[in-house]
Ligand binder design. Structure first.
Ligand code: FES
Length: 494
């Protein structure tokens, strides 16, 4: 984030340079509240928060300064609230609401994190301190470095600097190009319509892999599922191929700009339903079409939430589309179905704080209610919690992602189909100070087995849809998302 030339002549302290007691205090506080998930953002956030602690002469900054201090950061996973709770617990001495670390079973917490994140994931103070095992961390010394050359291939050299010099710089930028909604709502006499644009998943760890000749490549997934955004990432196979070609270990590294240019986006949709929930959803697919099996799986997932919604694939030029991204297509279907139910039960003047209920394909159930002050109350049934701190953190993170999706997130794609917003700041992700309070309570059981204590199922995907539906309802069910791009930096509006 900071060009090296701006630090010339300065002394720099990294996380490793903090006193051991400070490292312990912050890592335990963040685990206690669930304020770190994949952990990629967390070392920087710890440095920022530790700077608020005072130095024995200056008093600690008030916790009210925390949101301001976090403006230079992005956490895509947690939804900020739990980071704020960790900051308060250290700066103000407010005890965290969770049981002491010694009384938690971090293996069960990690299991819950894996269920929510979709891949094995660790919950541990070491993750907070940057030791999650990110994709490039295990690369052997002396490996060649390969970076995208902008022409569909890779520039390969001995060092990152040399490879980047060979490839030429792709300038990060936020474009003034407006967002496009590339699909028309299907013709019909609908009671409710929705159209969306391309959305950047915004996971923080850029795609990376490495491989030794003749061996299996390292997974690009470090300590999280990237919301499904790396499911089709080519970096691992690219690392394997390049290592075999060069007969040496090769690291493949995508920069942020490379991820935005070449990574999968949430597919745009346009749909309409009547009050019974019957209707049609047009879904952007790559010009070459979409794999039959994958489409059938999508249709099956959609049928669980919107049985009377027909899907229509529409070939679309533009960036790659990620059908494994969090709830892609079924989430849009679930939101449309929930909106139709609200209209059906309440008539045209739908009330803004109606609870919106969504049951995910695995049986996780969430009811989200947008309160008059724009905060949200969630009731979540995801089977046995395993660890309520972690489950709550994932639910709040899903709410954060949903609120951005409805109100502010999107990525500009030009008429040739090239992405033009190439910085993290241009994605429209809600900053800490724009995040409303999210209250979460849990019910035992699942939608399929009410009252039963098992099994543990994913709850945050249902939360993602339910919060999106509740936000949409409270905003008047306007057709085009994002509804309030310019308001991304504002606190929730009255
Ligand atoms: S924990 Fe913050 S980006 Fe993943």
């Amino acid at each position: 984030m900071t060009p090296a030339r701006r630090a010339a002549g300065r002394e720099i302290t990294t996380l490793e340079g903090l006193p051991a007691e400070s490292r312990r205090r912050w890592s335990e506080a963040l685990v206690a509240t669930g304020g770190s998930q994949c952990g990629f953002c967390t070392p920087g956030i710890v440095m920022r928060l530790a700077a608020l602690e005072g130095d024995g002469q200056a008093p600690p900054a008030p916790a009210a300064k925390v949101d301001q201090a976090l403006l230079a950061h992005l956490c895509r996973c947690t939804g900020w609230q739990t980071i704020g709770e960790a900051a308060r617990s250290v700066l103000d001495g407010t005890p965290p609401r969770s049981p002491a670390l010694t009384r938690r079973d971090l293996d069960r917490a990690s299991t819950r994190a894996g269920i929510e994140g979709g891949v094995p994931q660790r919950v541990d103070p070491a993750v907070v301190l940057g030791d999650a095992g990110f994709a490039d961390d295990g690369a052997p010394a002396g490996a060649l470095v390969a970076v995208p050359d902008g022409r569909g291939g890779y520039a390969v050299a001995e060092t990152v600097a040399e490879a980047r010099a060979l490839a030429g710089k792709v300038q990060g930028r936020s474009t003034s190009l407006p967002l496009r909604h590339p699909l028309d709502v299907p013709a019909g006499d609908w009671d409710l319509t929705l159209s969306t644009t391309w959305v950047e998943p915004g996971y923080l760890e850029p795609d990376a892999s490495w491989c030794l000749p003749g061996q299996a490549p390292a997974s690009p997934l470090g300590n999280g599922g990237a919301f499904g955004g790396k499911a089709d990432s080519p970096v691992a196979e690219d690392a394997r191929r390049l290592a075999d070609e060069h007969g040496r270990p090769v690291r493949v590294l995508w920069s942020r700009e490379d991820v935005v240019r070449m990574g999968a986006k949430r597919p745009p949709v346009a749909g309409g339903v009547d009050r019974s929930g019957a209707g049609r959803l047009r879904v952007g697919v790559p010009p070459e079409g979409v794999d039959e099996g994958r489409w059938a799986a999508l249709a099956a997932a959609v049928a669980t939430v919107a049985p009377d919604l027909d899907l229509e694939p529409v070939p679309l030029s533009g960036p790659p589309l990620g059908f494994s991204l969090r709830g892609a297509v079924w989430a849009e279907a679930a939101v449309l179905a929930a909106g139709a139910r609200a209209l059906g039960s309440l008539g045209p003047g739908a009330h803004r704080d109606v609870g919106m209920e969504v049951v995910g394909p695995s049986g996780g159930r969430a009811v989200a209610r947008c309160l008059p002050d724009d905060s949200f109350e969630l009731v979540v049934a995801a089977g046995e919690a395993l660890d309520e701190v972690v489950l709550r953190s994932y639910c709040i993170g899903a709410a954060h992602q949903a609120l951005g999706w409805v109100r502010s997130e999107g990525i500009a794609v030009d008429a040739d189909g090239a992405t033009q917003d190439l910085t993290v700041r241009s994605f429209g992700i809600l900053p800490a100070r724009a995040m409303p309070r999210i209250g979460v309570t849990f019910e035992s059981g699942t939608a399929f087995e009410p009252g039963a204590a098992r099994p543990a199922v994913n709850g945050s995907d249902a939360v993602f849809c339910a919060v999106a539906a509740a936000r949409w309802l409270a905003d008047g069910l306007v057709e085009r998302w994002p509804t309030d791009r310019a308001g991304a930096a504002r606190p929730g509006r009255p």
